[in-house]
Design a protein. Structure first.
Length: 559
């Protein structure tokens, strides 16, 4: 998984450097190779310069350079006043020492840090694992610190970061919005706090913060907290803003997510479970958004007045937690593979390309009722993809059982489709169908479909079937042309759909696209008598005539 995030975030960094404060596209960049003990073997690595220490490469690097670090044990490093530097570690790259760094923010004046970034832009740290075991007797310890800086931290672990007074696996600290950092696939374990965000902005995707077991500290920092947003105790600077998606915050000594200093939190599609105190503690003065999370039990989080029957992780006041999801959230990073979330959400997601996929299951319909021509199967899911730059197609497969479909026979099951909530109404996916042999409803999502890849930002999908009690929405345009949905000519169109089109994947795809695009046109046609006449005589009647003439042929395809 290290290499996946290395590729994704390195490409994202290159794209970001092409705008605004970016390095000139004409400037040449250098790839530095760092290997423990010397220049080493160049095999399999494209590099221009070789050194023995990460800090040496940073000091020598120009803006826009890449530093590739071979497996081995290295000392702490500091990045100051740089732009566009990528530091990418191979599998087995570790840092276990710290350097004394001036921070001068909030309660932290100076700290021992294993990696620090100050006054820098677009710094990318990937694939390097940090172990603070040897530093536990120091007063203030930080695994990775970004101070007045922007960048990414991805595909790495930070463990055993504790101090006698204050410590955090990751610290993002700024002033007046100077620090904006994205964390992806970062694991922090067995530390005093997982990540602290002070007067800064953070986007956290697919991370894990668990088993915070401090050996000292004061206030909330001495209690074992997964994520701390704002500085507890007093308003040191302005509020922070944090989004947490597809992550696990679990089994911490006290609080999962602590919010203070009027900070903003949006936390969705996370597993917030097993924290011994509260899953989310809001001490910040305004409500925070913690909807659509898994709290460890189908009854939701416990709150003494708002959800007294909840058996999941508890929440404080001023936390919006309704609705919650019905089972554990699954987050995986895959390349040309499938995310199997059948156990949690009856869902598989096939990915062409590389992406982080989060799948969640809703306990019931999270939006308005579907259009009247559909009946629900009572299955609603969410597929959240924070970055689709390296994806060409995603196929969602929602499985169903005989018990769930009830009396719906196999012949009627061909009407199953996935619908997507567009924020206003349920609409049929433009490329959707059903596999009645393997019992799943599918939808393919690309940049040109409805929904598109860019729409996978946290909106539901649902399994629905055409209602047998309502005229089927097959002949929208034909109905408009004839002025009624009971015309005998429409019956043969419906029969052709059922016998020839729906059983095949391409035919089902055409039908779904037709359903998704034709209603507005049909509505317009129905209001203009001349158009109705021209359409009926010039298009629909000839199609009906051909289907009637050939009916014996295509009815013979019925098995």
């Amino acid at each position: 998984m290290k290499r996946i995030f290395s590729i994704l975030l390195a490409l994202a960094l290159v794209a970001s450097l092409g705008v605004g404060t970016a390095v000139s596209a004409e400037a040449s960049s250098t790839t530095w190779y760092v290997v423990e003990g010397g220049a080493g073997d160049k095999t399999g690595v494209s590099w221009d310069e070789a050194v023995a220490d990460i800090q040496d490469a940073i000091d020598a690097a120009d803006d826009g350079d890449t530093i590739m670090v071979a497996a081995g044990k290295y000392d702490a490093f500091l990045v100051v006043g740089k732009t566009g530097i990528s530091i990418i570690g191979a599998e087995g790259t570790t840092v276990g020492t710290a350097a004394w760094v001036s921070v001068e923010r909030g309660p932290i004046v100076q700290a021992w840090s294993m990696a620090a970034v100050k006054d820098s832009q677009h710094i990318d740290i990937q694939g390097i694992d940090f172990d603070g075991t040897a530093l536990s007797q120091e007063e203030v310890v930080v695994g990775i610190a970004f101070v007045d800086s922007t960048g990414t931290i991805a595909d790495l672990s930070v463990e055993n970061v504790s101090g006698t007074e204050l410590a955090a696996g990751v610290a993002i600290i700024g002033e007046a919005g100077t620090s904006v950092v994205t964390l992806g696939a970062v694991t922090v374990r067995e530390s005093m706090a997982g990540v602290i965000i002070w007067d800064a902005e953070a986007n956290i995707n697919g991370c894990t913060f668990s088993l915070m077991r401090p050996n000292g500290g004061f206030g909330v920092m001495g209690s074992g907290v997964g994520i701390v947003i704002g500085i507890p105790g007093e308003a040191w600077w302005g509020p922070s803003s944090v989004k947490v998606k597809g992550s696990t915050i679990s089994d911490n000594d006290d609080v999962g997510i602590y919010v203070c200093d009027h900070s903003l939190l949006v936390a969705g599609f996370n597993n917030i479970v097993g924290n011994e105190g509260l899953g989310v503690l809001n001490d910040g003065g305004q409500r925070v958004d913690a909807t659509y999370n898994w709290w460890g039990h189908a009854s939701g989080p416990f709150h003494p007045t708002e959800n007294v029957g909840g058996r999941g992780n508890a929440v404080s006041n001023d936390v919006d937690f309704l609705p919650w999801v019905a089972a554990g959230v699954v987050t995986r990073v895959v390349t040309d593979s499938t995310v199997d979330a059948r156990g949690e959400a009856d869902t598989e997601v096939g990915v062409t390309g590389t992406a982080t996929i989060t799948v969640a299951k809703y306990p019931d319909n999270p939006a308005d009722e579907a259009p009247p021509q559909f009946v629900t199967l009572g299955k609603h899911i969410d597929v959240y993809v924070p970055d689709t730059d390296q994806v060409t197609e995603i196929e969602i497969r929602l499985y169903y059982t005989a018990a769930e479909v009830g009396d719906v026979g196999e012949a009627e099951q061909k009407f199953f489709r996935l619908l997507w909530w567009n924020g206003t109404e349920w609409v049929m996916c433009s490329d959707t169908g059903v596999d009645t042999t393997l019992d799943y409803i599918w939808a393919k999502v690309t940049r040109d479909t409805t929904p598109s890849l860019d729409d996978l930002e946290g909106t539901p999908f649902g399994g629905y079937a055409f209602s047998p009690g309502v005229p089927q929405p097959w002949c929208f345009i034909a109905t408009a042309a004839y002025g009624t949905d009971t015309a005998t000519e429409i019956d043969i169109l419906r029969e052709f759909r059922d016998v020839v089109l729906l059983p095949g994947r391409l035919g089902a795809r055409f039908v779904s696209l037709y359903y998704a695009t034709s209603p507005p046109l049909a509505d317009f046609i129905s209001q203009h008598e001349v158009l109705r006449t021209v359409l009926r005589a010039g298009l629909v009647d000839p199609i009906v005539a051909v289907l009637t003439w050939s009916q014996g042929l295509w009815l013979g395809t019925r098995s």
